[in-house]
Structure formats: C-alpha cells, structure tokens
Design a protein around this ligand. Structure first.
Ligand SMILES: Nc1ncnc2c1ncn2[C@@H]1O[C@H](COP(=O)(O)OP(=O)(O)O)[C@@H](O)[C@H]1O
Ligand SMILES: [Mg+2]
Length: 389
C-alpha cells in the first residue's frame, strides 16, 4: 500500500505543534504527519509528498493566516487532488470562509478553536475512514472498468472469429458442392442411358467420379488440417533428423505426376547428410505442398528443381519452378486462407487455396522459416530453412 499523509497548517507555531502532537499519538502508525506554517509552505510540502508518491489523505488548516487563507488553500488543493479531504480550524466565526470551503473544496468538517482533543481525534478518524472508503471504491471502479474493456475486446474478437468461421464454412461448402454436383450429374446420366453406354464411356464416367471424389477428399483433408492447426492440436515432435531421405521419397512419389506433364523434376544435393531440427511428418506435409504446387502451376515441358543445401547454421530446401509466378502484391496474400492467386493449375488439377496457409502454420510450429521469391512470368522459388542440430 502507498504511504499516506496528513498535512497540518497553522501560522501559530504552538497550535501547530499541539495539533501535530495530538494526531501523532493516534495516527502516526499509518500516516506521516507533516506541518506547514502558511499556505505557500503547505503547497510546497504537498507537492513534495506527491512527488514521493505519498497520498495526502487529509489537510487540516487554520482559516485566517497571513497570505493565502485556509479556504483558498483547500480550493487550490482540491483542484489538483479532489480526493484529499480537508478540515478547517476556525477561530472566530468565519462564515464566508466556511461557505467558500464547502462550495469550492468539498469541505469535510470544521473544528472550532479551541478544540477538545477527543473531538479532534474523532473528526480526523472519521475523515480518514471516509478517505479510505473512497479510495477503495475508486480502485474497485477502476478494476471494473478494466474488466469491461477486456470483455468488450474479447467480444469483438469472438465476433470476428465467428465471421471468419462463417466465411470458412461458406467457401468450403461452395467448393464441395461443385464436385458433388458433377458426381450427381454422372449418376443421373448413367441411370438414364445405361442400355446404350459402352464400356469405354462407363470407364470415362468412373474416371470423372474418381477425380471429383479426390477433389472433395483433398478439400476435406485440408479443412481437417486447418481445424487441427487452429485448435492447437498439431502434435509436434522435433528431432535431429536427416532431411535428405524425406525429400528423396517425396521426389520419387511425384515422379509420375511430373512425367505426365512432361515436367523434368530434379533433386539436387551433395552426397552427405542434412541433419536439422524438424518434425519429419510436418516437414513431409510442407514439402509435399510446395512440390505439388510447383508441378501444378508449371506449364507442360518445364523443369522443377528441388535443392538441398547447408550453411553454418541452417539446412535449407529450395523448390524452384519455371511457372507464371506471381506479383509482389499477390505475394502478400500467398499464405492466407483460401487465397487462390492468378496462377491456375495447368493440368486440370484442383485448387483449394489452403495448401500454403497450412504450410506456413506448420513451418511456424517447427520454428523453421519459409520465404519465397517470384517474378511474374519467370517462375517461383520457395525456400524452407531449418536450424541445424
Ligand atoms: N509455385 C507456384 N507458382 C505460381 N503460383 C503459385 C505457386 N504456388 C502457389 N501459387 C498460387 O497460390 C495459390 C495458393 O496456393 P495453395 O495455398 O497451395 O492452394 P492451392 O494449390 O490449393 O490453390 C494458388 O492458387 C496459386 O495461385
Ligand atoms: Mg497447393
């Protein structure tokens, strides 16, 4: 708790002395008892106390003093410290000063001179109690206001999350509806024309159903991944592991898909190990997305290079293509949810706009880093960097 003080002001040294003596007995344990012989000095003491972070709970002042009077002193203190209470000591009846002090300084009480010690103590004790209650109320009020601000902020955040969820559902539903409508259409066609359909046509329909189903399967897998990430359910198992076999496996798996688009998919590395701190299954998912994008957005006949390299502190994997790339304005949206940029799949593949969003989250989860360089029309290079073991 902050130090608190009572400030006594009287131009009569003997009165000031006895006032301090009487208060000291009763209140010195909790309060500093300070004195001043006139209002000017009282201001100085008051300011010093404030500068020392000491709350002046009460000012007790004589009314008529040379220079500034007691009621004027109260008025001026009241302007800077409205919570400080004041008690006016009145010698001869000084009605106008009382009126002033009540009207302009919220006078708490007055005590007529000469006073009885018991009266003074009771009045001062009452004032201090009122001061403390006020202070407590003010603190509670402040806390309540803070809580209200926090609640308002939380509410806004919830509203925006709710909106984001709605958008998310809307886009997901839309993306699921198209392939589903395709499947339904094919089912109707088969039912109507079954007698006339050749085996070849049936196989073509089956292939279309397969493609639409894969598209939906893909989207649902992505949605589940996003959900897992956003609800904090991604299990992270960081370990010192060689990145090379993971990349070799991925490149081998993409071989056929690249060949189908006459894309030359190359893995470039030195015969050594590339041990880094990473989570193997998350890395697999990250690089899978990057390589699949490189192939998906490359025109037929281009090349895609996957390159591993090591520096003093890091192991990096680079995926470079010769596709259409994107502008730096588009690049700002690259890792956003459902962001599909101007590059479109070149071989009829499906696009959800979720892959790179997932990639970024997984890279962040591993405390790895991802960056990309792209010139519109001249291809794209993604670089993922891991700290070495
Ligand atoms: N290698 C790339 N070259 C050009 N554009 C790309 C590349 N990778 C991603 N993009 C653009 O970024 C968008 C988002 O990619 P991504 O999040 O992986 O979703 P998806 O591949 O399902 O569309 C893509 O729609 C595409 O326009
Ligand atoms: Mg993708």
């Amino acid at each position: 708790m902050k130090q608190m003080a009572i400030l006594c002001v009287d131009d009569e040294p003997t009165i000031l002395y006895s006032l301090k003596e009487q208060l000291q007995d009763q209140f010195a344990q909790q309060y500093l008892i300070e004195t001043a012989e006139n209002a000017e000095e009282a201001f100085e003491v008051f300011e010093e106390l404030q500068a020392d972070h000491c709350d002046v709970a009460l000012v007790i002042s004589d009314c008529i003093m040379p220079g500034i009077s007691g009621d004027e002193l109260f008025k001026q203190i009241h302007q800077v410290a409205p919570n400080t209470l004041n008690i006016l000591l009145t010698g001869q009846s000084s009605a106008q000063a009382l009126v002033n002090a009540v009207n302009h300084a919220g006078l708490y009480r007055y005590v007529a001179k000469p006073w009885q010690k018991e009266d003074l103590i009771l009045t001062v004790a009452g004032a201090l109690e009122a001061y403390l209650k006020d202070k407590q109320l003010e603190e509670q009020n402040y806390l309540l206001q803070q809580q209200a601000i926090e609640l308002r902020e939380k509410n806004l955040r919830l509203l925006s999350l709710d909106q984001e969820k709605n958008d998310f559902l809307g886009i997901a539903a839309h993306d699921l509806k198209n392939p589903l409508a395709g499947i339904l259409g094919i089912a109707e066609l088969i039912q109507e024309d079954i007698a006339e359909l050749s085996k070849k046509e049936l196989l073509e329909y089956a292939a279309k159903i397969e493609r639409a189903s894969k598209q939906m399967f893909n989207l649902i897998t992505n949605l589940l991944d996003v959900n897992k990430i956003e609800s904090g359910n991604v299990k992270l198992s960081l370990q010192a592991i060689d990145l090379l076999p993971i990349v070799q496996q991925l490149v081998a798996e993409y071989h056929a898909r690249a060949q189908a688009k006459q894309i030359d998919l190359k893995l470039i590395y030195d015969e050594k190990s590339y041990i880094a701190i990473l989570d193997p299954s998350l890395v697999y998912q990250v690089l899978d997305n990057l390589i699949s994008n490189a192939i998906k957005y490359s025109p037929l006949g281009k090349s895609v290079k996957v390159r591993l390299y090591q520096t003093e502190q890091h192991v990096s994997c680079e995926v470079q293509d010769e596709g259409v790339g994107f502008t730096s304005a588009e690049q700002q949206k690259l890792f956003h949810k459902f962001s599909r940029l101007s590059a479109k799949p070149t071989g009829g593949e499906h696009s959800t706009g979720l892959g790179l969003f997932i990639v970024k989250k997984l890279v962040d989860a591993m405390s790895a880093n991802i960056c990309c360089e792209s010139d519109a029309g001249r291809g794209t290079k993604f670089i993922v960097t891991f700290p070495i073991a």
